[in-house]
Design a protein around this ligand. Structure first.
Ligand code: PAP
Length: 295
């Protein structure tokens, strides 16, 4: 039940700006923060950002992504770095430092906005996000307790009430969406489905935003393709390092690679379940300028 308790506690954290991250060391101008709602493309973006910024440090054929999980190379602020340590040593991390967080926009420390560091957000259509989250939760539940399991119906109910990890989906996504609209040079807003559709274009856009644009020579030499291929689901899933072993959190590394398909929700959600979500999403996102492809 620990996992569920964590989930419920975390769902209430979304409403107060936290001062836990960067309490002792300030963000650096070159820091890159990846923010995501769980199961929206975190692993993919960790890999892409890492590969983009280190492509001149290591040949792509020897990139650390081939030997480490993306989650080991790009730590979570709240799970990894600050989980058991109120003042981890962040100074020794090579620049640009890349951090990840599931915290809602309203919970980010103000120091992130006082500094020139950049924030990348990726969202995913809520139907696939929910199904991915349910698979991940049930596999986690099996690890925590053989007696506890959560049905898809219960997960949907939690989603619709907003009593779920890191707060309501709509608050999370709209928080970063509005920030990206108001501060386009500070917050880049991406969609999982756009990356699936045009990985080359989105990788170039991401590199440009991060301040590591691909040169004409690199583009001509196929570096964008190489980066995209290195970080692709098909490649990462088959690497030995992502197939076996556990993260320091105790999670199987393989749990972050399932199907990676757009529209997989239709194999799990009944039409009434999908419709219930559709109504909610339409209501919550109306007038925001942000919409998802509806079922
Ligand atoms: P997290 O937020 O807990 O770190 P996250 O990586 O966002 O998880 O979500 C995992 C999802 O991303 C899985 O989706 P699925 O359940 O629908 O299959 C996983 O398969 C998918 N995923 C992982 N790596 C990649 C990748 N390189 N490209 C595309 N999708 C990926």
């Amino acid at each position: 039940m620990n996992g569920l308790m964590n989930t419920l506690v975390m769902s209430h954290l979304g409403h107060n700006r936290l001062s836990t991250a960067f309490p002792t060391s300030q963000p650096q101008e070159t820091d890159l923060i990846l923010a995501t709602y769980p199961k929206s493309g975190t692993t993919w973006l960790k890999a892409l950002i890492f590969a983009i910024v280190t492509r001149t440090t290591y040949p792509l054929t020897e990139n650390p992504l081939l030997f480490n999980s993306p989650h080991e190379l790009v730590p979570f602020l709240e799970f990894g770095l600050y989980h058991n340590n109120p003042s981890p040593d962040l100074e020794g991390i090579p620049k640009p430092r890349i951090f990840s967080t599931h915290m809602p926009y309203t919970a980010l420390p103000t120091s992130i906005f006082d500094s020139k560091c950049r924030v990348v957000y990726i969202c995913r259509n809520p139907w696939d996000q929910l199904v991915s989250f349910w698979h991940f939760s049930t596999s986690a539940a099996k690890r925590w307790s053989t007696e506890y399991s959560i049905s898809l119906d219960e997960t949907l109910d939690m989603f619709c009430r907003g009593v779920i990890s890191f707060g309501p989906f709509w608050d999370h996504v709209l928080g970063y969406w509005k920030a990206s609209q108001g501060m386009p040079n500070k917050v880049l807003f991406l969609k999982y489905e756009d990356l699936k559709e045009d990985i080359m274009g989105q990788t170039k856009l991401l590199a440009q935003f991060l301040g590591f644009p691909f040169s004409v020579e690199e583009e001509g030499g196929g570096v964008v393709e190489e980066v995209s291929r290195l970080c692709s689901f098909e490649n990462l899933k088959e690497l030995e390092v992502n197939k076996t072993g556990k993260l320091s959190s105790g999670r199987d590394k393989s749990a972050f690679f399932r199907k990676a398909e757009v529209g997989d929700w239709s194999n799990y959600l009944t039409p009434p379940m999908a419709e219930k979500m559709k109504k909610l999403i339409q209501e919550k996102f109306e007038g925001s300028g942000l919409m998802f492809k509806m079922p």
